[in-house]
Design a protein around this ligand. Structure first.
Ligand SMILES: Cc1cc2nc3c(=O)[nH]c(=O)nc-3n(C[C@H](O)[C@H](O)[C@H](O)COP(=O)(O)OP(=O)(O)OC[C@H]3O[C@@H](n4cnc5c(N)ncnc54)[C@H](O)[C@@H]3O)c2cc1C
Ligand SMILES: C=CC1=C(C)c2cc3[nH]c(cc4nc(cc5[nH]c(cc1n2)c(C)c5CCC(=O)O)C(CCC(=O)O)=C4C)c(C)c3C=C
Length: 507
């Protein structure tokens, strides 16, 4: 069989049989099929990468439309002229679990293995995490000694909470707040001193509102299955885990890295993805090209209207926040719009500071402040201790990041769109003085107000996500939704979900 075809859509087959004609039509359709990815954050970039790297030829063209002048979304690093690195968004990625392994594999494929900067297991940043409560700094238990002996602010040794839990009789809810879930099983102290600050350190959110099922599926689901949190975690640990052939994954496991970053900061990853998508995979990334509207056509395509262009897409992957997608949909899909609107985000003020010399009271990852302390500061990250490789070369400096706002932004600072950076800086400096006795003037300060940065998975979030996916299926819409609004806010989750969606489309 010899087939000739031209790009005007007319196929010529020398044997002129119907089978060949159909095959050619199919090939042509695939070669011209267009996938549009909305949003060039880590979710959009990774889904575009996993779509474009495939040989499956499902799409002839992949286009990423991004509203801002840069890709990366919340992944945003400043490399100053003197070599100091400041992260305005995520700063470290965990190695644990399938999602952690997947990111290390991606880093390895992208030839970034040599750029990985790990935190080693014996390092202070791996073991010393603090909470600031009742005017004192408390180290959270880590290691056998601190589990066996009573350590303030707890009134019992950690082990006693753990031993009792399998015998606690409690209703198994389909979902409940993180605080309730832990309080019922491990008591008030663990809920108040561990889970409350943990919800701040991941979601900048309120443990009494956030969903245990959606925010911590790795503890909620096994606990529900086994009737006990401790039994669930223990038995889950015994389940077979798939091995990876990736040298970087093996090294991370062998050396027990808890978290890592990259030389040049985490934006190195999004920059590399952006670059290789365009130069090696033929993906078009169009910046400053905000998507304005989506229209669903009769022939099952989507008309994507952006600031400067209009595309007829065979498939759209939305990697913008749920609330943004909600505003792009036509009025006949207002049920879907309303569901998306329910997934709200909170705003965070991120203040990067640099001081001459070492001004930290101790080494460690940093500290979080439980919400019931009513501090205006959510917590502080000791960047120069965690990743000294990112300090300005030469004389010693301290870099730290103060985070403020989150669920409590409006209460504490008013409308994030008009909050005063000078005021935020002053509040941060005041809190640092009160909490860790830093009175020195910073040599550098960068204030960013990240509006609507972190989605809040409130109790019942899983039902909203389920309804959204069912709606898309039921209406046979050529649209997938990914990104931090849905199934995990960590960079690892975003990459993993981008991959899963791309691979689903290719099968
Ligand atoms: C302060 C902070 C600290 C964090 N720390 C960590 C951490 O240490 N570790 C970790 O794993 N995670 C961390 N996270 C979470 C993680 O960074 C984010 O959840 C993740 O980067 C979200 O990626 P995304 O691509 O889903 O969304 P986004 O980054 O929001 O990307 C969405 C993109 O869509 C674009 N866009 C929006 N509207 C439109 C439109 N209409 N048309 C076209 N484009 C549009 C945006 O400009 C953006 O580029 C942190 C987040 C914040 C804010
Ligand atoms: C110790 C101080 C910390 C502050 C302050 C903090 C603020 C903060 N963090 C996020 C979002 C995320 N952080 C994540 C990981 C993470 N955060 C801290 C500490 C602080 N965070 C640590 C020690 C870690 C590593 C987790 C670990 O090793 O166990 C993540 C990723 C979580 C994951 O599942 O991988 C996110 C997301 C925000 C929005 C924020 C602002 C207040």
């Amino acid at each position: 069989m010899s087939i000739l075809f031209s790009y005007n859509g007319v196929a010529h087959c020398s044997c002129s049989c119907l089978e060949c004609f159909q095959l050619v039509c199919l090939l042509l359709a695939k070669m011209t099929a267009l996938a549009v990815v909305l949003g060039g954050g880590i979710s959009g970039l990774s889904s575009a990468y996993y779509l474009a790297r495939s040989q499956a030829l499902r799409f002839g063209k992949v286009v990423v439309v991004e509203s801002s002048h840069r890709t990366g979304g919340w992944v945003n690093t400043t490399v100053s002229e003197d070599g100091a690195i400041f992260e305005h968004g995520p700063r470290s990625l965990r190695t644990a679990g399938a999602v952690g392994k997947n990111t290390l594999e991606l880093v390895s494929i992208k030839n970034l293995s040599e750029s990985v900067v790990p935190v080693l297991s014996h390092h202070a940043a791996a073991n010393k995490r603090f909470i600031y409560a009742r005017n004192q700094m408390h180290q959270l238990p880590s290691g056998l000694k601190s589990v066996l002996f009573t350590q303030a602010p707890f009134t019992k040794p950690f082990i006693s909470y753990i031993m009792k839990e399998p015998f606690v009789k409690t209703e198994i809810e389909e979902d409940e707040s993180v605080h309730d879930f832990i309080r019922k099983r491990l008591g008030n102290e663990i809920a108040d001193y561990v889970m409350d600050p943990l919800c701040i350190g991941i979601f900048a959110g309120d443990a009494r509102k956030l969903s245990a099922k959606s925010c911590f599926p790795a503890i909620f689901d096994p606990a529900r299955q086994r009737g006990s949190l401790i039994k669930g975690l223990f038995l889950q640990g015994k389940e077979a885990k798939s091995e990876s052939n990736c040298a970087l994954v093996k090294q991370a496991k062998k050396e027990r890295w808890p978290v890592w970053t990259l030389q040049g900061g985490l934006q190195t990853l999004t920059d590399k993805l952006t670059d290789t998508l365009m130069t090696q995979h033929g993906v078009e990334i169009i910046k400053q090209n905000q998507c304005k509207q989506l229209e669903f056509t009769d022939n099952n395509t989507i008309k994507v209207t952006t600031k400067d262009n209009c595309y007829t897409a065979d498939h759209v992957i939305s990697a913008v926040p749920a609330t943004v997608l909600s505003g792009l949909l036509p009025s006949n899909h207002n049920i879907l719009s309303k569901l998306l609107q329910e997934i709200q985000q909170v705003s965070v003020a991120v203040i990067n500071l640099e001081f001459e010399g070492n001004v930290l009271p101790t080494d460690g990852f940093g500290y979080l402040i439980p919400s019931w302390e009513k501090s205006k500061l959510l917590g502080v990250i000791y960047d120069s201790c965690t990743f000294p490789q990112h300090n300005r070369p030469g004389s010693p400096t301290t870099r730290l990041t103060c985070m403020m706002g989150g669920h409590w932004f409006e209460d504490n600072f008013g409308d994030p769109a008009i909050a005063d950076p000078e005021h935020l800086l002053a509040v941060a400096m005041e809190s640092l003085k009160e909490q860790i006795n830093i009175e020195a003037k910073p040599t550098r300060s960068i204030v960013n107000i990240h509006k609507d940065a972190i989605p809040q998975y409130r109790v019942g979030h899983f039902k909203i996500v389920d309804k959204i996916n069912k709606y898309l299926d039921h209406h046979n819409m050529p649209l997938d939704v990914i990104g931090s609004s849905f199934c995990g806010v960590s960079v690892n989750d975003c990459i993993y979900n981008g991959r899963r969606t791309a691979e689903k489309l290719l099968t």
